[in-house]
Design a binder for this molecule. Structure first.
Ligand code: DON
Length: 568
């Protein structure tokens, strides 16, 4: 509350300095020094407090990520994986890949029956769907190289949240109700998510997670080894073994996060730094921005049929490339990233777009698997102008649905992001292409697109979102809303979004996102339009540093139930 009043006061005082705020619309939160935006207000405040204590953006991101593992367990995690894009205050940009890996005992046909058909849900629910977690290794490595404050200080707030408990939000309460049937299959999950008598934690009641607190204490004390060795690793491997899972202590011990060079691009007057493979997100984002640079999007008219047409045709092309080429770079040494992100290639693709007719998605090529709807993104800007864009995930909401017994955290179902039926591709989106087939130790392809933009050599924007393949298109549209349509960060995040992913050949748009006349015009061009029954395409979390004033302006997507901005 105090923070909100301070934000409003600051806004009133500094309003004349605030550019990028056209009249009307939603208003971002403003802060002078540092800011954290995440899917949990409690976690954002944890990160903000770390910034206040002199931590840099990496420190705050680590603390926020651990806090989210307690306060937003659908996606905040230590049992999953993800990516960081980091720009230090001097402008050096790097990334950390802590994507999960296939266990050493995995193989390309592990989810098939004798007839070679995919066994329903085997790659998404239960212990066989779990990839070797990467989150703790990634946070640890990023902190070891670029953090300022001691590691233990960054994990401690999460320990306290788990030990002392958090008030159950309405969203957490609803999720526990919705998931009950699934979770009843898994006693270790029931034990954490419900009271002893299996009744619900009601909104406002305190929810403690003592087992998670103990796991976090080991991580606090022993760093990476607190997860990948010793008691945590042994308990996890024993739980796997007792329940037909395949992750062993060897898998855990061998897991390594990787620091990688960002994918870079330019779009009009901004420079783009984003995630390389094993995420497909950054490459597809830059490819789309390059194609769109050749259009005067503003002149087409925001959300006009022509505008939506051009976006959708661009998405179709980038997603076809994603399906054909993308996979773990450590197993696919010749990924054509330079070509896909070049201006020349974009110019060639642009020539194949005609204004009055939608092209066909050639389903004889490749497609992608449906990806679930729970991941989470956090954006941080520190006092010196360092920034972190971090997206991490359990894959679907609550991952494999299984809490590791005695350890208190949910295990991911990231194995579901591999192409599960080698060689078999269908128009409904099943894909069989080689670069993303399962191999022991391989990372599964991702769509997560944590991104940082620069303008005139200075930090400009930090952005990312959850939402499976929609992530790439969500990040794209938020960037277009800012760069082409002069929206502030709150308006840019809030605006309704569209999604096309090549296959299935369908142009989705959020509920009430397009007027009936626009829809009609798109149909005439040949688009297979589909109004969703919700307006929940990805909870984007973003920060813009206002060029004229240096003020941090941030917004947590109102699509996010518990999200919030914390600044100072
Ligand atoms: O890595 C990926 O692309 C997916 N596992 C992300 C899933 C996701 O975003 C679900 N979120 N809402």
């Amino acid at each position: 509350m105090k923070h909100r009043i301070a934000s409003i006061l600051l806004l009133v005082l500094l309003l004349p300095l605030v550019a990028l705020t056209p009249t009307g619309g939603r208003i971002p939160s403003y802060a002078q020094h540092g800011m954290v935006v995440s899917a949990s207000t409690i976690a954002s405040e944890v990160g903000r407090d770390i910034l206040k204590k002199g931590g840099n953006a990496i420190d705050a991101a680590v603390a926020t990520a651990f806090a989210l593992a307690v306060t937003w367990p659908a996606a905040g995690n230590i049992g999953g994986g993800g990516f960081i894009v980091y720009r230090d205050h001097q402008g050096k940009v790097t990334t950390f890949d802590f994507r999960e890996k296939a266990p050493l005992a995995a193989n390309a046909k592990m989810y098939l029956n004798e007839k070679g058909e995919l066994i329903d849900e085997l790659n998404h629910t239960g212990l066989l769907s779990v990839g070797v977690p990467g989150t703790v290794a990634g946070l640890y490595q990023a902190h070891a190289k670029y953090g300022k404050l001691p590691w233990a200080k960054l994990v401690q707030p999460a320990v306290e949240l788990a030990d002392k408990g958090i008030p159950i939000s309405y969203a957490l309460n609803q999720q526990a109700k919705n998931m009950r049937k699934t979770w009843e299959q898994f006693p270790s999950t029931m034990a954490v998510m419900y009271k002893g008598d299996k009744s619900y934690y009601e909104p406002g009641e305190t929810w403690k997670q003592p087992e998670l607190a103990k796991t976090l204490k080991r991580i606090k004390k022993n760093g990476r080894d607190g997860f990948y060795k010793g008691e945590t690793a042994e308990k996890l491997a024993a739980f796997m073994k007792a329940n037909n899972g395949i992750i062993t202590t060897q898998d855990l011990e061998q897991y390594q996060a990787v620091e990688r060079k960002p994918v870079e691009g330019t779009y009009r007057n901004v420079k783009v730094f984003t995630m390389p493979p094993p995420s497909s997100g950054g490459t597809a984002l830059v490819e789309m921005l390059n194609i769109l640079e050749g259009y005067d999007l503003k002149a087409l008219g925001y959300k006009s049929a022509d505008y939506i047409h051009v976006l959708s045709e661009t998405m179709r092309r980038a997603f076809a490339d994603r399906a054909e080429h993308m996979g773990d770079p450590d197993f696919n040494p010749d990924l054509p990233i330079a070509k896909l992100t070049s201006k020349e290639y974009a110019a060639r693709l642009r020539k194949t777009i005609t204004m009055d007719l939608a092209s066909a998605s050639d389903s004889s090529r490749y497609g992608q698997l449906y990806e679930g709807t729970s991941t989470t993104h956090l954006s941080v800007v520190d006092e010196q102008g360092g920034a972190v864009s971090l997206t991490y995930t359990l894959e679907r909401s609550y991952g494999s649905q299984v809490v590791a017994e005695g350890l208190g955290f949910f295990l991911n179902d990231e194995m579901g992001d591999f192409n599960p039926v080698p060689g078999v591709t269908r128009t409904d989106g099943l894909i069989g292409s080689e670069p993303n087939q399962i191999k022991p130790g391989k990372r599964m392809l991702s769509s997560m697109t944590p991104t940082i933009l620069e303008k005139d050599g200075k930090l400009f924007m930090v952005i990312g979102a959850p939402g499976g393949r929609t992530i790439i298109n969500t990040v794209l549209q938020v960037i277009l809303n800012v760069v082409d349509h002069d929206m502030n960060i709150a308006q840019a995040i809030e605006a309704p979004r569209i999604h096309h992913q090549w296959l299935p050949d369908r142009l989705n748009f959020e509920l009430y996102g397009l007027s009936p006349d626009t829809q009609e015009k798109l149909k005439i061009k040949g688009h297979n339009i589909n109004e969703l029954n919700h307006n929940m395409q990805g909870n984007a979390m973003g920060i813009i540093v206002i060029p004229q004033s240096g003020l941090r302006s941030g917004a947590a997507d109102s699509r996010s139930a518990d999200g919030g901005v914390a600044g100072y």
